[in-house]
Write a protein that binds this ligand. Structure first.
Ligand code: RAM
Length: 360
């Protein structure tokens, strides 16, 4: 990744261009918006000691939705780098598929290993909860990042961006490219993914506004964060709806597969594609005209922030209650919002003018 100052500067400029209208001016210390509609987390009864220093030698395990996903590789590298900074030890473990129950056996193993904290992106908000509850009862702190668990599965949720902004801006990005007309589809991750499902709800809500009266969401398809399945689902969408005008794929796996399919088909440049992807995976599709614009946050910063949140919990600095503050190294200070949520910040919109400024 480029130097931090470059990232911040470019992200700011790019973000301003398209996000201003949709964003309510939140900052990283504002109350985080909820990703799921789960009830509030009961913060631990132990009192937080804001002056406690971070313990040395903390063992922090990252459990992504799946390990063979470049997005999570970057996020977890960020988290492991943070652990090194605070004198801890980070590692990534996880399944190769993003199915609902694939993470449970990993949680059990991490519990046996007496990790100090588990940082998890949940494939299913509920399937992981019984195992996580056991881990928490054994004194392990749990931070969800990227995709939340039900509230009783974790202490803190580190949310990458406001889900409302993400859902609405995805629709806005596509609508601009379509002249606000035509049939559209969503190519999502797994049917149970908390993050994608929350964003899709906001997309549907955005589409209710009068300016989208000539746009119709015809289908939500699921590529399961599997490259081949996402590719086949894209093919299927175009077969079922030959007059499809656009696709939103709010998953880095989905958008890369859809772009590959479209770029090699007569639909290239005609069927518009947007969503959430990494600049390195999508650069060639922006350059060849398959994609005009897409969004993402910094995955490395997400993992880094989640790692510091885990360390602050494991050191007794915070308990996950609203209003508590902790320091996240180079990212500065964060405040825990309602329902135990911490918000990383705003995503960046990438297009042909700025994509070469990013390397991740
Ligand atoms: C995929 C995963 C992840 C999501 C990104 C945008 O890598 O589904 O959860 O946040 O896409």
């Amino acid at each position: 990744m480029k130097m931090r100052t470059t990232w911040r500067h470019t992200a700011l400029l790019a973000g301003l261009a398209l996000l201003t209208a949709a964003c309510g001016g939140t900052t990283k210390t504002d109350v985080a918006q909820q990703q799921s509609s789960a009830p509030a987390t009961a913060a631990s009864s132990a009192a937080a000691d804001p002056n406690a220093s971070l313990k040395q030698g903390l063992k922090i395990a990252f459990l992504p939705k799946q390990v063979n996903n470049p997005y999570f590789t970057i996020a977890d590298e960020g988290g492991i780098a943070a652990a090194k900074e605070f004198g801890g030890e980070g590692k990534e473990v996880g399944p190769s598929d993003a199915s609902a129950s694939s993470q449970v056996s990993y949680i059990n193993t991490l519990m046996q290993q007496k990790q100090d904290a588990i940082v998890i992106s949940a494939n299913d908000p509920n399937a992981v909860v019984p195992a996580l509850k056991q881990a928490r009862a054994a004194g392990i702190k749990v931070v969800s990042y990227d995709s939340d668990t039900a509230a009783d599965g974790r202490d803190v949720f580190v949310n990458q961006a406001s889900p409302e902004d993400l859902g609405r801006t995805e629709v806005q990005l596509l609508a601009e490219q379509l002249g606000h007309k035509g049939k559209i589809a969503v190519l999502s991750a797994t049917p149970n993914a908390t993050n994608q499902n929350t964003w899709i709800e906001f997309m549907k809500d955005e589409l209710k506004k009068p300016e989208y009266k000539d746009m119709e969401l015809v289908k939500v398809a699921y590529g399961n964060d599997d490259d081949q399945k996402s590719f086949t689902e894209t093919q299927g969408l175009l077969r079922s709806y030959p007059d499809l005008a656009g696709i939103i794929s709010p998953t880095t796996v989905g958008i890369a597969a859809a772009a590959r399919y479209l770029s090699d088909s007569p639909y290239k440049g005609k069927v518009k594609l947007t969503g959430l992807g990494t600049p390195n995976q999508l650069r060639k599709f922006v350059k060849d005209g398959t994609i005009e614009a897409f969004e993402l946050w910094s995955p490395g910063d997400l993992g880094y922030l989640a790692s510091y949140a885990a360390a602050a919990l494991a050191s007794g600095q915070i308990t996950g209650a609203e209003g508590e503050k902790f320091k996240a190294g180079k990212l500065g200070e964060y405040t825990i919002g309602a329902k135990g949520e911490v918000l990383l910040g705003k995503p960046t919109v990438f297009n042909k003018d700025n994509i070469d400024d990013f390397d991740f």
